[in-house]
Design a protein around this ligand. Structure first.
Ligand SMILES: [Zn+2]
Length: 95
């Protein structure tokens, strides 16, 4: 089973006049839902052909307060190099 882990990173103090903590919370929740959906669609059925294990993906959602945008960082764990490459290429596939 695909393992997903989400982490939020935001500054202690928000300087951006267009957002507040509540909006950020909504944005994080929405992004997490979207990412869960997209990643499950892309990776949900993927198993290592050799070891039978499923992918682990960590998503860091980082709020860039100065730019007013949310940056996403993915890091992938897999049982072996071959499977890691397969996961990454699937991740980067559009759609
Ligand atoms: Zn493997």
């Amino acid at each position: 089973m695909l393992a997903l882990e989400f982490t939020l990173e935001q500054p202690d103090t928000l300087e951006n006049p267009f957002v507040d903590a509540y909006m950020l919370e909504q944005l994080f929740a929405q992004t997490r839902d979207e990412q869960t959906h997209a990643l499950t669609r892309k990776l949900g059925t993927l198993r290592c052909a050799q070891h039978g294990s499923a992918p682990r993906v960590r998503v860091v959602m980082r709020w860039d307060d100065a730019l007013g945008q949310l940056d996403l960082d993915y890091s992938v764990d897999a049982c072996c190099q071959a499977f890691l490459l397969q996961i990454v290429s699937r991740l980067h596939r559009v759609g």
